[in-house]
Design a protein around this ligand. Structure first.
Ligand code: SF4
Length: 259
């Protein structure tokens, strides 16, 4: 995430602003534990390493929602020229028990500071069964839900959700709870271990089917750009990404490719 961090799993509460092709000059917010990656999924491509796949315990959270918003306010007063605030980092942002309050606090900050930046969140969607998370998502300008695998076996092996999250069917059902759907799909290949690749004709066909069903407002298609948790995974060449993008566009859907 940032080469100045001590290791891949480390991510402070507030980082950047970082220059992102997808989100402009963006202030990053990590609602996980700064020095340890703990997530409800365990994606094999995660740039924060394998870490631990579990829930974060309340005792591991030692900064209150009010303090988080106040720290973001201090940072924004020092450096207000940003395009976005992006919830991401080394955990699942919406799994924070006070996610709703934090979003409300940031909206108040934006009003107070007359900020023109947008608020967005990268999510695996694991908490979309909770009504307060859905309400919080409705307050965001953008929420990007992961959909890398259109086949349950690949979803289980590559995204590795906690057992309470269930399979792909449940994941798609949760995405449908959002009023305005934006999807982020990350694809990769592995010449060394082809069984570790999600860049297969079968998965591409399954993703196209799911996109048709979900009808997202936007799709961002990305590939491996930083060191993945499993080192055998490699980026998909741009020409192949663009070929797939053409197939998505034939469905009448908006897709952008980010290498
Ligand atoms: S959902 Fe995000 S943070 Fe969690 S394992 Fe996957 S890539 Fe890493």
């Amino acid at each position: 995430m940032n080469s100045s961090f001590p290791d891949a799993s480390f991510c402070p509460l507030i980082y950047g602003p970082v220059l992102s092709r997808r989100h402009g000059r963006s202030l990053g917010i990590n609602l996980g534990i700064p020095n340890q990656k703990v997530c409800t999924w365990g994606c094999i491509y995660c740039q924060c390493g394998m870490g631990e796949r579990r829930e974060i315990k309340p005792s591991e959270r030692n900064v209150s929602a009010r303090e988080i918003v106040s720290l973001i306010g201090i940072t924004l007063k020092e450096d207000p020229k940003i395009d976005s605030i992006t919830f991401a980092g080394n955990s699942e942002p919406t799994a924070h028990p006070d996610f709703f309050e934090i979003i409300q606090g940031i909206l108040s900050l934006r009003k107070e500071l007359q900020g023109e930046w947008i608020i967005n969140c990268l999510t695996n969607g694991s908490e979309l069964d909770r009504s307060q998370v859905i309400e919080a998502c409705a307050l965001l300008d953008d929420i990007w839900v992961k959909l890398d695998c259109g086949i349950d076996d690949l979803f289980q092996r590559f995204n590795r959700p906690l057992s309470r999250i269930g399979g792909l069917r449940g994941h798609v059902g949760r995405i449908k709870k959002l009023k305005d759907i934006s999807i982020q799909t990350l694809v990769w290949r592995s010449d060394e271990s082809p069984k570790l690749s999600n860049w297969t004709n079968e998965n591409k066909r399954a993703l196209l089917k799911l996109y048709s069903d979900l009808k997202p407002r936007k799709i961002h298609l990305t590939t491996i750009a930083r060191d993945p948790a499993v080192s055998k995974l490699k980026a998909v060449p741009k020409t192949e990404l663009l070929e797939f993008a053409d197939q998505v566009k034939k469905l009448g859907l908006a897709l952008e490719v980010f290498e």
